[in-house]
Design a protein around this ligand. Sequence first.
Ligand code: PLP
Length: 455
Amino acid sequence: MTIGPDYLSHPEWGFNTRQIHAGYSGDPATGAQTPPLYVTNSFHFPSAQSAADRFALKELGPIYSRLGNPTSEFLENRLANLEGGVGALLTSSGQGAITLALLTLARQGSNIVASNSIYGGTYNLLAHTLPRYGVETRFVTPGDYDSWQENTDENTVAYFGEVVPNPRGDILDIERIAQTAHENGIPLVVDSTVATPYLCRPIAWGADIVVHSATKYLGGHGSALAGVIVDAGNFDYAADGARARFPGFNTPDPSYHGLVYARDLGVGCPLGANLAFILKARVEGQRDLGFAVSPFTVFTLGLGVDTLSLRIERHVENARAVAEHLAGLRGKGQITEVRYSSLPDSPYRELAEKYLPRGAGAVLNFDLAGGYPAGRAFVDALELHSHVANIGDVRSLAIHPASTTHSQLSVEELAAQGIGAGTVRLSVGIEDSADIIADIDRALAAVAADATASA
Ligand SMILES: *Cc1c(COP(=O)(O)O)cnc(C)c1O
């Protein structure tokens, strides 16, 4: 269980130190230097009393790995620490994390106000799947600040957005949207996958719940599929403005001995932190919905987190170099637009500097004048870049969304998402930037030759 003194251990330590030390100081059983892999689905109870107490949440020991596993526990503590939260829950995927976070807040008849600048999988969840279970989403353009308030009513249970949305790059104004959310007694949930806690800590700006696809930069090596939910522990579900919205937090849970999450685990509870949300997500959500992650996956993820800041520094340095190179080619015939929020002429530059002073991540997009055939020719001509539907790998990746990830969308829907027929998405890796740029230039030359040949 992710409760304990470790979640805020050594707040005075810097990020580089905490990413390799927080949440783990040697295995209590063996003293193992690296966090051991506990490949077990269940745990011996020391006595009948202890077993009963664990089931009643009076004693916080391990029961069964769907609810918690020591391999996960250390990494949950570490990620909570890096984000500045009070607790975390690892899940089997980023989609699992988002689904579990939102279903912990919602019930039939609830609605969510969400940015329309979000990952395609999350869009499908919000626009198509959750409505079948009576949870509706009202989509807003994130920079249209009044629309968040206008779409809010007494059944709104969450505001949702992505810190660095892909592909539009329209950075979420976390502080401003959190303020509107809190004025209404609503928590702000943000997906910080592209930002990572090294570049932005949304909790410091008012976000209440942070989710990640750990598949991407947290793992970082294109191997593990996982997600994580981090709870800031700041939102009071029993406060005057919130109480009526969240009956699930304020009435006894018949599936948990009449536990009242906000009262028994929330502000002022004996646990010493407001853990109402993250424990509800675990003991009810994870127990019943079962988005549990394998310890093997968590082990590889942990190795990735050890080097997060080092990798992200190189990712960002390379992304800047690539973005500047592409921006230099803009308007000279082949490239019509480059979207990277840290570029000096980006409309989101100011927000990027405020929330991500070290750089707006390493995912960027550009548009080829040659449209659909040019986009396909470009990815076919790449050698160093992997042509995959992923981001956040140490290797440089590329994809042509119009023919792949977004091929179901109409031209109008594509335009609304900021994707043109000739848009190419790059996830810039940590290789030598000269090699990445040379590969891009070679592919651009191949596109030009292709166009000349077919003209
Ligand atoms: C990939 C991704 C997800 C989904 O995560 P999975 O681990 O693939 O389930 C959610 N949000 C963002 C921003 C992503 O990039």
